[in-house]
Design a protein around this ligand. Structure first.
Ligand SMILES: [Zn+2]
Length: 264
């Protein structure tokens, strides 16, 4: 087995035009040769439809739009939580301010209504009132800060809600579109496969096997037309001598360069 042999590859090697003719067309005619380009066209169409089907089923687009929606929802959720907690804190502070204000009023009344005569006690009440006023003033500053912060948060709410709604709409459109396209793809694939099944009945099994082997090895293209001496699969110009030999062949003709089946 030194050096190996080309015959070891999966595709049988057809070293010469004559050998092919003998292998596939002992009587000089090969069933299906006149329809091999039609089969090639159907097969490429099936390949394209299948690839698109896998793409849709793989759901890359759906995954990415779902992720975008998830992120928008998460950001919106965080914002709403922050706004809620700010609102609660603000109401708590406002409640404190109210009660401090009532306490201040009550202490002032006590100082003025003559119910407290002891100067030390009056001084203590005065100090308490000053203390309460300082605390109340601080709480009012905090409320102002929180109102500003609340306005900032509120300003972010509209754009985020719009972003979330847009992502939701895109997802709905995509899901609907994908479902429709899936139905359409499956219908088209069914038609093309039926067409193929009918078509291959007319093929010599050896020709079909050669064509399918070539398709597996050569990017889905097993047969091509020869136009003005140029193979339409590999785009090489065949030599006049080789074309002359091909013309004398009744059976399967193959490209001098890419070895695909050629149709004149
Ligand atoms: Zn070629």
């Amino acid at each position: 087995m030194v050096g190996g042999s080309p015959g070891m590859s999966r595709v049988r090697s057809y070293p010469t035009v004559d050998a092919e003719e003998q292998a596939l067309a002992p009587e000089g005619s090969v069933r299906g040769l006149d329809r091999v380009l039609q089969l090639q066209e159907v097969d490429l169409s099936i390949d394209r439809l299948t690839a698109r089907l896998r793409e849709l089923e793989g759901g890359e687009e759906l995954r990415s739009i779902r992720a975008a929606l998830g992120q928008a929802e998460a950001r919106l959720g965080e914002l709403r939580l922050a706004m809620d907690s700010l609102g609660r804190e603000q109401r708590r502070l406002e409640g404190d301010i109210d009660s401090m204000e009532r306490k201040i009023q009550a202490e002032r009344r006590r100082m003025l209504d003559g119910s407290v005569a002891n100067p030390k006690e009056l001084q203590a009440i005065e100090a308490e009132v000053r203390n309460l006023e300082a605390r109340k003033s601080h709480a009012e500053d905090l409320v102002l800060e929180q109102m500003e912060r609340g306005e900032q948060l509120h300003g972010r709410l509209g754009p985020l809600e719009a972003e979330e709604a847009e992502a939701r709409q895109r997802l709905a459109n995509l899901e609907e579109g994908s479902a429709r396209e899936l139905v359409e793809l499956e219908r088209a694939l069914g038609e093309r496969r039926a067409e193929r099944t009918a078509l291959v009945q007319a093929f010599d099994p050896d020709l079909l096997e050669l064509y399918e082997d070539l398709r597996r090895q050569k990017k889905g293209i097993g047969a091509a037309a020869l136009v003005d001496g140029v193979c339409q699969a590999c785009h090489q110009k065949l030599s006049p001598m080789y074309i002359d030999r091909l013309k004398r062949v009744e059976g399967v003709r193959r490209c001098e360069y890419c070895r695909r089946i050629l149709v004149f």
